[in-house]
Design a protein around this ligand. Structure first.
Ligand code: ADP
Ligand code: DP6
Length: 347
């Protein structure tokens, strides 16, 4: 949606979260958000962020509102930085400040990847907003767009595309980009076991920095992750959930091992996470192709066949009635929302 008067020009978008099968865990350049290794994810349809950007000449600085609440300086600063990159790219340093209104349909800061959908939505909306303001500037490709999402949060790079997506190590800022691999329009799904939706105590940004700086296993992790990546890529090519799942699970365990070997050590795993992991193993012993992964929080994401999703969900719900479950199938790239869609959703 693009309303036409420049001062109140407004754009709304929806972007989906993604879950890493091969983890991003460390930056080789903190300012440019260049990763220490290539990662690979699956974009999810049912967990997403809706966002509207509006130029507002009455504001003295960009503002971020999440679910109607004005956000603190730290969260606003990350959004303002990304917007400043667009002002520079579209050669309009004097453009009005932007009001950012956002609604997460995923718990925020809980290890369920709200930053991936949040910053992908921001980048996707900002491209449309600044393009409308400066139609004379050549269009930015989705590949270039992914480098703008990256500057808000690394994992957001991958949410610029749907399905299975790689975020390449690259040689520098312009080619450390998202690459769509496969739209995953086949027998693949996830069940997300949300053990806790509380804000995590150790942010991913801090956790990865501390791990990269102190973990005895860090260089081994980078080497091993590259091998896991090759296996997942082969599994995607063969459309073999067992090949993908086994390599994803192995990568997740190595990723958590880097934290056990940090100084001081820490972990995002809880006893409840372990119970769910054991349950996934038991399901597999029964012949169900179910595999787990976990990120910077206690929540467990289970990859399975779409045709097994209902069984996995029902079995988990019966075994863990206190855990909230989200079902997801592969999601698409971000999309624009019309003015009418936005007002029907958020008034
Ligand atoms: P998560 O596991 O949810 O990605 P992170 O700690 O990595 O947790 O990221 C959470 C941070 O991302 C928030 O504190 C906020 O700064 C930012 N964020 C999340 N959602 C949005 C949003 N919709 N709009 C802008 N920023 C967001
Ligand atoms: C464990 O992308 O949230 O989910 O780039 O510092 O914002 P910043 O970190 P973020 O880290 C994600 C880490 C992860 C693994 C992954 O998504 O690849």
């Amino acid at each position: 949606m693009v309303s036409q008067s420049l001062d109140t020009l407004s754009v709304a978008t929806r972007a989906h979260t993604n879950i890493a099968l091969i983890k991003y865990w460390g930056k080789r350049d903190d300012a440019l958000y260049l990763p220490t290794s290539t990662s690979l994810s699956l974009t999810l349809d049912s967990l997403y962020t809706d966002m509207r950007l509006t130029f507002d000449s009455r504001l003295s600085a960009d503002e971020l509102h999440l679910a109607g609440e004005k956000q603190d300086e730290a969260s606003t600063a990350k959004v303002a930085l990304v917007l400043s990159l667009f002002r520079e790219r579209y050669n309009c340093p004097d453009a009005s400040a932007v009001r950012v209104e956002s609604h997460n349909h995923v718990p925020t800061a809980a290890g369920l990847a709200s930053s991936s959908s949040g910053f992908a939505a921001l980048a996707f909306a900002a491209r449309a907003l600044f393009e409308a303001a400066r139609p004379d500037i050549p269009r930015m490709s989705d590949t270039e767009l992914s480098t703008f999402a990256r500057r808000g949060s690394g994992s957001a790079t991958r949410s610029i595309f749907g399905g299975f997506v790689e975020w390449s190590y690259g040689t520098g800022s312009s080619d450390s980009v998202a690459v769509p691999l496969d739209n995953a329009d086949w027998d693949v799904a996830m069940v997300v076991a949300a053990i806790s939706t509380q804000h995590k105590k150790i942010s991913s940004t801090y956790g990865m920095k501390h791990t990269a700086a102190t973990s005895a296993f860090y260089s081994l992790w980078r080497e091993a992750s590259e091998k896991d990546l090759q296996e997942v890529l082969a599994g995607i090519k063969q459309r073999d959930i067992d090949v993908i799942g086994a390599a994803m699970e192995a990568n997740c365990m190595k990723f958590h091992a880097t934290m056990f070997a940090a100084n001081p050590p820490f972990t995002y795993m809880t006893s409840k996470s372990m119970q769910v992991i054991e349950f996934v193993h038991a399901l597999r012993d029964e012949g169900v192709s179910a595999y787990f992964t976990m990120d910077a929080g206690p929540n467990v994401k289970i990859l399975c066949r779409r045709s097994d999703q209902a069984v996995v969900h029902e079995r988990l719900a019966a075994a863990f009635p206190d855990i909230t479950l989200f079902d997801a199938t592969p999601g698409s790239a971000p999309e624009l929302l019309s003015e009418q869609q936005w007002s029907e959703l958020y008034g």
